[in-house]
Design a protein around this ligand. Structure first.
Ligand code: SF4
Ligand code: MSK
Length: 655
């Protein structure tokens, strides 16, 4: 675990931390300082899978431990350090897969209601995508109405969750060679729920006690996330809410408005957020807000729900994961509306110190002390209206101690796979060809997916921004999602002008020619599936090998904290991607199991895990990997990595 020196690299965050300290409001930053992480749990060496434990099997102090001594270091049932670390790791994959996939299931349910005409407020926004999806899923198009096609698409997707055998449908979206490898290794997912249930079973006390075998099922569950639940969520959301296209917006606490009713929507699922975006513009509700003394209604987003509505509607983003409580500390938030995932329980305690109403909206995610207003998918507009009205009613309760940091940054987001295709190839010959050509000629050195959370154990946003700057300086085009994308946006890396300032000459030239930022915002956590699709499109366009593992590409989550990040990492690795995580690594208690993830997986999948808490060093590892792949492809000529001396590094940090 790296000790952080400063709390955040973001000035707005630091300003609100000062305000919180002055007003004696306790936030995640204070709780992290007070609660030291358990070192044994942190390295995956604690098992509490049965009531004979918890059993702790930390790494041997004696580095020259003999195999016999090692065999004696077990839990009460005899489970070894390898089994315990693997079970803990696999259960994180199960939880991450379950979270993304349950999100996907909810979206399919809303889509089905829409197709059946049982909710009038949702519609098919992207007909092209619906038809493509129908073709991919074997749904008849003919002369049928869109709603009929959508209903069959919904039914096929719904079945993906409960299927007992066969293969998940979207597995066919992967490169053919990859599909064959998965079949050979026996890791093709059969049904999403089945893989999660089986993984939970196999990691129960006394079941699977061979770490390699546990990870085969861990991989199958992770693939059921990336090429299953997450991909379903992304595809159906695009059909129903629109496929994102480049959109200009703003980010950071400065998007809150002193003279308006501020409503923040926080979490992950976009259905309610979509309706809030519509209802916040409703003239009647605006008039109602004016009757309470406000100038209007200001809707803004937090975490991945923010990414969803910013990509589709340009709704501004207040901040990422570690800023959720600080938004309330401004004293200017009438309602913090939450759905599921990444919502800190600490929000309620912070909200109690201000006038903010914390509103839960999903029966799966309630918080003691919060107000619950159930979102009704049959009547989504009515639900949204009631929530906004509650926020407006709370405006007169706002205290005098309001301080909104005057800090916000513009960003351009909305780089779905389809958009990248059009931007690079043009509307009539959409293709990845120009991207592939520029990777082959070396202007673009490679691709990096930098994704994931913030973590209170490391400087807020610091690792994301340092890693991304190092990558783009070395001509690596960055694709980003989640809270990492927001960190990049706040640092000014998501506007085309950033190319000239921060990129190496090759990448800068491409960004300037096409008019794109060097860091492409691809969406929320579930939209990491867009990165899989983009990587596959690069493979299919030709010239860069015949599998994802051949590409000069790498993945990273430098500030990860969520179990979902482990599921994402495992499906990246199993899809052939070198993937490096920062902050902390949850299997260090077992050298042998860690070796399996860091070495054996490369032989199995062509991708592997790595851990490097220093973000610049981690970026260097990614660049080394990219260069290794360029060499294997025979396109390594005239590419030298830019080596920085201290003066150059200071100059880079100053911009
Ligand atoms: Fe201990 Fe084994 Fe029970 Fe885990 S399953 S708590 S290692 S006895
Ligand atoms: S919100 S999972 S902190 S990216 Fe998706 Fe951010 Fe990580 Fe949650």
């Amino acid at each position: 675990m790296v000790e952080k020196e400063i709390k955040s690299i973001d000035a707005a965050t630091n300003e609100m931390l000062e305000k919180a300290a002055q007003e004696k409001v306790r936030t995640v930053f204070d709780r992290a300082a007070q609660m030291k992480p358990c070192p044994i749990g942190g390295e995956g060496s604690c098992c509490s899978n049965c009531a004979m434990g918890p059993c702790r099997v930390p790494l041997a102090k004696n580095k020259t431990e003999t195999p016999e001594e090692h065999a004696l270091r077990t839990g009460v049932c005899g489970a070894t350090a390898e089994t315990i670390a693997a079970r803990n790791f696999a259960r994180k994959i199960a939880a991450g897969t379950a979270s993304h996939s349950d999100h996907g299931r909810r979206v399919v349910e809303a889509f089905k209601l829409m197709a059946e005409g049982k909710t009038k407020d949702f519609a098919i926004k992207d007909e092209q995508k619906l038809l493509k999806l129908a073709l991919d899923l074997g749904v008849e198009i003919g002369n049928r109405k869109n709603e009929e096609i959508a209903l069959d698409v919904a039914k096929v997707c719904e079945k993906e969750f409960g299927k007992q055998d066969g293969e998940l449908a979207f597995i066919k979206n992967a490169p053919v060679k990859r599909q064959e490898l998965w079949r050979k290794l026996g890791v093709v997912p059969r049904g999403i729920d089945r893989e999660v249930v089986e993984l939970m079973h196999r990691t129960h006390m006394g079941v699977d006690q061979d770490y390699k075998n546990i990870m085969l099922q861990g991989t199958r569950a992770a693939l059921a996330d990336g090429w299953g639940g997450s991909m379903i969520a992304t595809e159906i959301q695009d059909c129903m809410f629109g496929t994102p296209t480049p959109t200009l917006s703003e980010i950071n606490l400065g998007v809150l408005k002193e003279d308006m009713v501020n409503v923040i929507i926080h979490g992950h699922e976009p259905a309610l957020a979509e309706m809030l975006a519509v209802e916040s513009q409703d003239p009647e509700l605006i008039k109602y807000a004016e009757s309470k003394g406000a100038k209007g209604i200001n809707l803004a987003g937090m975490c991945c729900t923010a990414n969803e509505i910013m990509m589709r509607h340009g709704v501004p983003i207040v901040g990422n994961y570690l800023q959720q409580e600080l938004a309330i500390v401004t004293g200017a938030v009438e309602a913090m509306v939450v759905d599921v995932q990444c919502i800190m329980q600490g929000l309620q305690e912070v909200a109690r110190c201000f006038h903010t109403k914390l509103i839960t909206t999903d029966e799966r995610a309630k918080i003691t002390g919060a107000t619950h207003m159930q979102f009704d998918e049959h009547n989504p507009r009515e639900s949204a209206k009631a929530i906004i009205k509650a926020a407006v009613d709370n405006y007169p309760n706002r205290g005098k101690n309001v301080r909104i940091p005057n800090i916000k940054t513009p960003l351009i987001a909305g780089f779905s796979h389809e958009t990248i295709n059009y931007l690079l190839g043009g509307l009539f010959r959409a293709s990845y060809r120009p991207l592939n050509d520029n990777i082959i000629n070396g202007r673009i050195r490679g691709l990096a997916g930098v994704v994931g959370c913030n973590n209170a154990r490391t400087t807020h946003d610091g690792a994301h921004v340092a890693m991304i700057k190092e990558l783009i300086k070395n001509d690596v085009l960055v694709l980003s999602t989640g809270c990492g994308a927001m960190a990049a946006a706040k640092a000014g890396l998501m506007v085309p002008e950033a190319a000239k300032q921060f990129c190496g000459p090759g990448l800068a030239e491409i960004c300037e020619t096409v008019g794109i930022p060097p860091v492409l915002h691809m969406g929320a956590c579930v939209d990491n599936s867009r990165i899989l699709i983009a990587a596959t499109a690069v493979v299919k366009d030709g010239g860069l090998g015949d599998d994802i593992s051949d590409l000069p590409a790498a993945g990273a989550a430098p500030e990860w904290m969520s179990e979902k990040a482990i599921a994402i990492g495992q499906y990246f690795v199993a899809s052939g991607m070198y993937t490096v995580f920062g902050t902390t690594w949850p299997t260090l208690g077992s050298g042998e199991f860690t070796n399996h993830l860091f070495k054996d997986m490369e032989e199995m999948y062509g991708g592997k895990w790595d851990f490097q808490p220093d973000p610049v060093q981690a970026a260097k590892l990614m660049i080394e990997h990219i260069d290794k792949k360029r060499k294997a492809l025979g396109i390594d000529k005239s590419r030298e990595r830019v080596l920085y001396d201290m003066a150059m590094r200071r100059e880079l940090d100053a911009v």
